[in-house]
Design a protein around this ligand. Structure first.
Ligand code: GLA
Length: 330
């Protein structure tokens, strides 16, 4: 396969060098980039950076949104039928792991995952599939520390504060993120009985708003709140919920994870909201680098690393411009 491609390329280049052909036909490299939530700014950014890799290397990038397992499976078949050689995926459900691996193999497609790591029938990560994710526990801890610092800055006593744990526990990285944050809160004397689970049906703002509203309505005596969740959308949902029940911005401390448009827009509002900070993570690494790694795997047989975990940096209303500049984000 590789030899054939090289021969084809050499042949085409020879023809081109002779000036005998106006169009060169080389085997086209086609890579799929499938994401679970195409409308979320994080995934839009990932696609944008994957496009950059495609433009640089001259491969075709096929961007597909797959919000459920059925769409995902047909997307993989579709990529196979189009003659793609591989794809990067953030799956809508990590438990589809063995099915995704089998589908990719049946279509002769190389497979890498991004953001959400596939799990096998035993519930353990499928370590064979190259993956790039965030260092979830560490980033969660940074969220927790930011909240603890803000509680101190506001002079709150820990005992009067409630925590909304916007949860999506079927996703391991989500559990690691919120538990990382809560571990720091507890280590700093946060009352465990005041931590309330708000399970969201999907990982968007509306689902988080609904889940957080239930918690707030069930605990009207608590007037000071903090919120953690797997991403900015989850925490923004909790912030919107506090607003809707009349808790003012100075009664809420939400710190998210992501740093994409939804978070930055919040900082740009003329009045501060309860969304106090976000840990900015890198859609460039997750989009550009994964697409590039897949390209190298297909074209140069260079296998990607099995596991890459990326870092984050805390940004707040008054620091986000500097933090973004330091990270090279325009
Ligand atoms: C998950 C979340 C996304 C984003 C990525 C980052 O997929 O759903 O919002 O945080 O992780 O890896």
């Amino acid at each position: 396969m590789k030899i054939m491609k090289t021969a084809l390329l050499a042949g085409a280049l020879a023809v081109a060098a002779l000036g005998a052909a106006t169009t060169i036909s080389v085997a086209e490299t086609k890579i799929g980039f499938i994401v679970k939530q195409p409308e979320e700014p994080w995934f839009q950014d990932e696609w944008k950076f994957a496009d950059q890799a495609a433009a640089e290397k001259g491969f075709t990038l096929v961007k597909i949104g797959a919000e459920d397992g059925e769409k995902l499976i047909s997307a993989i078949d579709n990529l196979g039928a189009q003659g793609a050689q591989g794809f990067v995926v953030c799956t809508p459900d990590v438990k589809l792991g063995p099915g995704i691996v089998a589908k990719a193999a049946a279509n002769g497609l190389k497979l890498m995952t991004v953001d959400d790591r596939l799990v096998g029938a035993d519930g353990e990560p499928i370590e064979d599939v190259p993956h790039m994710g965030i260092s979830a526990t560490k980033i969660g801890e940074a969220v927790g520390q930011a909240i603890v610092d803000e509680i101190a800055a506001r002079g709150w006593s820990m005992d009067e504060v409630g925590a909304i744990r916007v949860s999506y526990d079927q996703l391991p990285t989500a559990v690691d993120r919120v538990e990382g944050a809560l571990s720091v809160l507890k280590a700093n004397g946060f009352n465990e009985a005041n931590i309330f689970d708000a399970p969201q049906a999907k990982t968007d703002t509306e689902a988080a708003l609904n889940a957080a509203t239930v918690v707030l309505n069930a605990n009207p005596e608590i007037k000071k709140w903090v919120a953690v969740g797997l991403n900015d959308e989850a925490v923004l949902g909790a912030v919107r919920a506090t607003e809707s029940v009349g808790i003012p911005a100075d009664g809420m401390i939400g710190v998210g994870i992501g740093g994409a448009e939804s978070a930055i827009n919040e900082f740009k509002k003329p009045e501060a909201t309860g969304f106090v900070g976000t840990v900015i993570i890198s859609p460039k690494r997750h989009g550009y680098e994964t697409a590039l790694n897949m390209y190298e795997w297909i074209v140069n047989d260079k296998e990607p690393e099995k596991l890459i975990l990326t870092a984050g940096a805390l940004a707040k209303r008054d620091t986000y411009e500097q933090v973004r500049a330091d990270l090279g984000i325009e």
